[in-house]
Design a protein around this ligand. Structure first.
Ligand code: FES
Length: 94
């Protein structure tokens, strides 16, 4: 099972994830607060995270991320990035 390590406010939480789940879903399932104003549909940027390690273990950027201007590393929309291997992400606070 892929492992996802979340960094937030100086705290670290590592969880096991089901391959194919989004970073947002994994965070919410683990009780990690993450903004998701559009409900995880890729139409806002409140779920933005910074990928510190394992960008290659995420699904490629999709049209929704590109439409929202999320084009450059380390930024990803947590609701669109599906986990395929181990990753470390920093939760961005707004
Ligand atoms: S929750 Fe809105 S883009 Fe991810």
């Amino acid at each position: 099972m892929p492992k996802v390590r979340f960094l937030q406010n100086g705290q670290v939480k590592e969880v096991e994830a089901k391959e194919g789940d989004s970073i947002l879903q994994i965070a919410l399932d683990a009780g990690i607060p993450m903004e998701h104003a559009c409900g995880g549909n890729g139409f806002c940027t409140t779920c933005m995270c910074h990928v510190k390690e394992g960008m290659e273990n995420l699904s490629p950027r999709n049209d929704r991320e590109e439409n929202m201007g999320v084009m450059n590393d380390p930024e990803r929309l947590s609701c669109q990035a599906q986990v395929q291997g181990d990753v470390e992400v920093e939760v961005i606070e707004y």
